[in-house]
Design a protein around this ligand. Structure first.
Ligand code: C2E
Ligand code: MG
Ligand code: MG
Length: 761
């Protein structure tokens, strides 16, 4: 799988995460910005409101205060000290013009109240001449340089309610105070002196005196604790620290408000009075407003975030499932559904780990189909695929839960058997081989297949996956060499053998290039006349040192590697050339050429033979092709087809090493062979062992009934020859007559000299 694909879910997740983070940051910035905007707006509103409140209050007080001047002038015209009641009508008239005023009073500079409109004529008025607090206040009124002054709120003893006084001192020409005019403003009249501002709940407005006392406050707290006490609120604190401030903002904790103790507000000093008007609202108001203005956006954003996160989660989940499915698929073999090499490697690694941890054995079988290539070549690849799938189905029925069957590629499989000892591995392998005994139904045809199995066991043969696989593979290779369709348990020397054969394979390739191959010929004689009738071409390899290599071994290596195809063609041409040379020299003997299984199954064999005959001019009747019994019987139908073509060419056919394979008589009958070559292993005991003699006798009888001639191979003793003659064998070859010889030696030894100097080799 390309790495970009495996990274895709990660990229997707990161993209989603980045979008969520960026979205949240953007929302945070927008929220903060809007908070700042709300704060600015609220502060500026508060300042406007505080300013407005200050101007409105100032106007009310100025209006009232200024009105007292003409009233004072008027009252100077009567002797108010002697006849205070004369002032009542004026006072009441004045009062009626100012709705905020609760009562009007006139007080003499020494503190004696002369008249009070809240008190009926004749009623005794309170005497303040000995009231220190009152006298102090009065004194400050008398000393006041402004047109009027405002006293702090108190409980009006005459008016009988909380009020604050606005006082104006009437003086004579020399400035000596004559009397004080006092307008009492009840605190309830706030609608007039405190402009009713549209404010959020829990807000308050008020007037704070420079000395830290409340002048007025709305909503009114308990007057007993509010008025006449230093304000503990944040504004008073601020002004104590900065008495120079004329206007501004304040915020802080206000211990005397019932709820929403965190306050923010604005203040403004009145123009002509040492008093500040202020507006305070709950600190939470910014939040409330911000929330009101942003809730919809925020809600929409959160909804978007939720939906987006949900979608992102689903998409990444799906992507993960998809990629893990891909991951899984990448570990499965498409054709059979078993793990493939990658999957097998992972599983085997896990199984080995478990085996190591639990100190239990684990057997590994390496299974390879025999001649699978031929099945592909003959029946087509789709038939091959169907066969593989069918093989897997069969194998699976013979495995236990926990065993692993995997296809490494082509026709190679492995089976891991956790917990299996070498004995169990052997039994299982044999069981698996047996499952091949019944033919497979492929494309409606019955196909016979077999397999070779090699086994290695953990921990004896290897501790790692690589070691075990290598050992099991080597063992499988040995099983193939042992004739296929069998099982081999790994043995340490297998490795060396395989190594040697691998080396041999390379040397063979070089030998071919260096022309180190040659043919020897072993005469085949008519046993009765002892005359040469044919010669078998046998391949020899002489390396640089002149040493001859064992034909049996290097030919099997050549067969395995496929080199036999080139080599075999060379042998065929060389042998035909030699036979033609002998024919030309007047010795027209038949030449026998061995065909290896691989050569025999090569599709172009018939053409090769035809062209060798044409090229050399050899009469087809002088060429005999030998195939072993097992080659012929491996796929008898196709053998019959190929051999029939040879017969058509006029070439004769011999079945080599007869008796070592398992011939089906019904097939043997149909095979168009001319000769049976009785294997040396029976010839060896033909004169001494009854069984061997019996076998040879029956082979001879069989040949006779199929009208085939017989050749005995490997005759080494006279007695053997005699026995064979007696049994009725036609021909023979063996050391008794001659070893395989070079053409020159054979010519000299077996052919009488002829007239002329004909070149025969
Ligand atoms: P084969 O076709 O059965 O050949 C007969 C083998 O028996 C030869 O061994 C021959 O030297 C040996 N032999 C003959 N008489 C005696 C005897 O009296 N005593 C003993 N002990 N051995 C005897 P060689 O040459 O080593 O070949 C072995 C096998 O290699 C052959 O068995 C044949 O199957 C194969 N072979 C040889 N040359 C070729 C070839 O050119 N092409 C192919 N495809 N196979 C070949
Ligand atoms: Mg032979
Ligand atoms: Mg033979």
């Amino acid at each position: 799988m390309p790495s970009t694909e495996s990274n895709f879910p990660l990229v997707l997740r990161l993209t989603f995460l980045a979008s969520i983070i960026l979205g949240t940051i953007a929302m945070g910035v927008a929220g903060y910005w809007s908070w700042q905007r709300e704060t600015r707006e609220i502060n500026s509103n508060l300042q406007i409101q505080a300013g407005f409140l200050a101007s409105a209050s100032q106007a009310v007080f100025d209006n009232l205060g200024n009105g007292l001047t003409p009233l004072g002038d008027l009252l100077q015209t009567i002797n108010i000290h002697a006849h205070p009641e004369l002032a009542r009508a004026h006072l009441e008239k004045f009062q009626s013009r100012f709705p905020e005023v609760g009562s009007m009073a006139v007080i003499s500079p020494d503190g004696l109240m002369l008249i009070n409109t809240a008190s009926a004529p004749g009623v005794v008025l309170p005497d303040f001449r000995k009231d220190g607090v009152y006298l102090d206040q009065l004194k400050s009124s008398l000393n006041n340089k402004g047109p009027y002054m405002l006293g702090p709120p108190e409980y009006g003893k005459v008016l009988k309610q909380w009020r604050f006084p606005l006082r104006y001192t009437v003086r004579d020409e020399r400035g000596i105070p004559l009397f004080v005019l006092q307008a009492a403003i009840p605190l309830e009249q706030r609608g007039i002196y405190l402009y009713d501002l549209p404010l959020p709940p829990s807000s308050f407005i008020g007037l704070l005196r420079e000395d830290g006392l409340q002048q007025a406050r709305w909503p009114a707290a308990n007057p007993d604790t509010t008025y006449g006490h230093q304000s503990p609120g944040p504004l008073a604190k601020m002004l104590r620290a900065h008495p120079e401030l004329k206007e501004g903002l304040f915020s802080g904790y206000s211990p005397w408000t019932a709820a929403d103790k965190q306050r923010i507000g604005a203040f403004k000093r009145l123009a002509h009075l040492p008093i500040y008007a202020y507006v305070g609202i709950p600190g939470s108001y910014i939040y409330d407003r911000w929330w009101r203005n942003n809730a919809v956006t925020l809600g929409a954003f959160l909804l978007y975030l939720a939906v987006f996160s949900y979608v992102a989660r689903r998409v990444t989940q799906r992507e993960r499932i998809h990629s893990s499915a891909l991951h899984g698929l990448a570990r499965l073999d498409n054709l059979t559904g078993t793990p493939n090499r990658t999957g097998a490697d992972e599983k085997l690694e896990q199984q080995l780990q478990r085996a190591t941890e639990s100190s239990r054995p684990l057997a590994l079988l390496y299974l390879d189909l025999d001649r699978f290539k031929d099945i592909n070549d003959t029946h087509g690849h789709s038939a091959g695929d169907e066969l593989l799938a069918e093989v897997v189905r069969r194998l699976e029925t013979h495995l236990r839960q926990g065993d692993m069957l995997a296809r490494l590629g082509g026709d190679e499989f492995i089976v891991a058997l956790p917990g299996a000892s070498p004995e169990t591995a052997k039994l299982t392998a044999e069981r698996l081989i047996n499952t091949f005994s019944a033919p497979f139904q492929v494309h409606g045809k019955k196909l016979q297949a077999s397999c070779s199995i090699g086994a290695a066991v953990f921990p004896e043969h290897g501790k790692t996956r690589e070691e075990l696989l290598k050992c099991a593979d080597t063992a499988m290779y040995e099983a193939k060499r042992a004739g296929r369709n069998c099982f081999a348990m790994y043995e340490t020397h297998f490795g060396a053998t395989r190594q040697r054969r691998l080396a041999l394979k390379e040397q063979l390739q070089l030998a071919l290039e260096k022309n180190q191959f040659l043919l020897h010929y072993q005469p085949i004689l008519d046993l009765k006349s002892r005359r040469i009738v044919a010669a078998e071409a046998l391949l020899r390899w002489e390396d640089e040192t002149g040493r001859q290599q064992s034909a049996a071994e290097f030919i099997s290596v050549a067969e395995e590697s496929g080199l036999i195809l080139t080599l075999g063609e060379w042998v065929l041409n060389q042998a035909c050339e030699q036979a033609q040379a002998w024919t030309n020299a007047g010795f027209p003997i038949r030449i026998a050429v061995n065909l290896s299984p691989r050569q025999f199954r090569a599709t172009d064999l018939v053409d090769q033979v035809r062209s060798a005959l044409q090229r050399t001019g050899l009469a087809p009747s002088l060429l005999e092709l030998e195939i072993t019994e097992s080659t012929a019987m491996d796929d008898p139908e196709s053998s019959i087809r190929v051999l029939t073509e040879f017969k058509r060419l006029g070439v004769s056919i011999a079945i080599d090493d007869f008796g070592t394979g398992y011939s089906s008589l019904s097939y043997l009958k149909r095979i168009p062979a001319d000769k049976l070559k009785i294997d040396k292993s029976f010839v060896d005991g033909v004169a001494t062992k009854l069984e061997d003699a019996a076998i040879v006798r029956s082979v001879l009888a069989l040949a006779a009934s199929f009208e085939m001639e017989t050749v005995a191979e490997g005759i080494e003793e006279e007695a053997q020859m005699q026995a064979l003659i007696e049994l009725g064998c036609n021909y023979g070859q063996g050391y008794l007559f001659s070893r395989p010889l070079t053409p020159q030696v054979l010519t000299q030894t077996f052919f009488e000299p002829v007239s002329g100097n004909k070149e025969v080799s």
